[in-house]
Design a protein around this ligand. Structure first.
Ligand SMILES: CC(C)(COP(=O)(O)OP(=O)(O)OC[C@H]1O[C@@H](n2cnc3c(N)ncnc32)[C@H](O)[C@@H]1OP(=O)(O)O)[C@@H](O)C(=O)NCCC(=O)NCCS
Length: 211
C-alpha cells in the first residue's frame, strides 16, 4: 500500500470519527470537527489515505497568496469543495495555533494499519502545517501510559516537560506534557530531514513489498 496525506474535508468527518472511536474513549462530535475545519488560520487537520497503486500527484497547493481581499478574509467560503476521494482514510491528525505555539490536538491511525509509518507520516504533515502557520514550537499532552505514542514524539524531538495530574477524566490518568525545540532551527530541520529520508525509504520499501 502507498500512504499519503491530504487536508481533511467535511466529507471525511464520518470516516475520521470511525477511527477515533476505535482509538479514544472521548471522541469529538462532527460539529467540533466542522468548527475546527472552519478556522484554517489557526487550526489544521489532515487525513492519511491508502492507495494500492502509486498515489495521485501532490495534493492541490494552497490558494495563491495574491487573491481578492474578501477571499483572503474568508478562505473556507471560497475554497472549492473536493470531490469524494476513492482512497480510504487510515489515520488523521490535527493542530491548533495559540500565539506562536502549535498544539497537536489529536493523532490516530486505524488499529489494523498501525506500525507501518502512518503515524509518523501524519506527524510530519502536522509539523509542515505548523511551520506554515508560523508556530515556533510544538507541544502536546499524552497519557502517561501511552508509551508507543511517546516514543513517536520522542523520535521527533518532543521532550517531557511536566505532567497535568488527572487530566483524563475517563480514568483519572495523568498527562505527560511534551515540547519540541524551535522547529525552524537549523538543527531541528536537519534532524527532520534525516527522519524523513528514513521514513520515505521505509514507506517505499513497504509499498514495493506489498505491490
Ligand atoms: C500513536 C500512533 C498514532 C502511532 O501510529 P503508527 O502508525 O502505529 O506509528 P508508526 O508506525 O508511524 O511508528 C512511528 C514510531 O512510533 C513509535 N511506535 C509506534 N508504535 C509503537 C509500539 N507499538 N511500540 C513502541 N513504539 C511504537 C516508534 O518510535 C515508531 O518508530 P520506529 O518504527 O522507528 O520504532 C498509533 O499507535 C495510534 O493511533 N494510537 C492510538 C491513538 C493514540 O494513542 N494517539 C496518540 C494520542 S496522544
Amino acid at each position: 500500500m502507498y500512504y499519503f496525506i491530504q487536508p481533511m474535508h467535511e466529507d471525511d468527518i464520518p470516516h475520521v470519527q470511525e477511527i477515533e472511536r476505535q482509538s479514544f474513549t472521548a471522541p469529538w462530535s462532527a460539529n467540533t470537527y466542522r468548527r475546527e475545519l472552519g478556522m484554517p488560520e489557526t487550526s489544521r487537520y489532515l487525513v492519511a489515505r491508502a492507495s494500492p497503486t502509486r498515489p495521485p500527484n501532490e495534493p492541490p497547493s494552497p490558494p495563491a497568496r495574491r487573491k481578492p481581499l474578501l477571499q483572503a478574509l474568508l478562505p473556507t467560503v471560497f475554497s472549492k469543495p473536493q470531490p469524494p476521494s476513492p482512497y480510504p482514510i487510515v489515520g488523521y491528525g490535527g493542530l491548533w495555533l495559540m500565539v506562536d505555539e502549535g498544539h497537536i490536538t489529536t493523532i490516530a491511525v486505524a488499529p489494523a494499519q498501525r506500525g507501518q509509518g502512518i503515524g509518523e507520516l501524519l506527524l510530519n504533515g502536522l509539523i509542515d502545517q505548523a511551520i506554515e502557520i508560523k508556530a515556533a514550537r510544538l507541544t502536546l499532552e499524552v497519557r502517561i501510559s501511552n508509551e508507543s505514542a511517546q516514543r513517536l514524539y520522542l523520535k521527533y524531538g518532543f521532550e517531557p516537560s511536566g505532567t497535568r495530574p488527572r487530566y483524563y477524566t475517563d480514568n483519572g490518568e495523568d498527562a505527560l506534557i511534551m515540547w519540541t525545540d524551535v522547529i525552524t532551527d537549523p538543527a531541528y530541520l536537519s534532524r527532520l530531514d534525516e527522519l524523513r529520508e528514513r521514513l520515505a525509504a521505509r514507506l517505499q520499501r513497504q509499498a514495493g513489498m506489498n505491490a
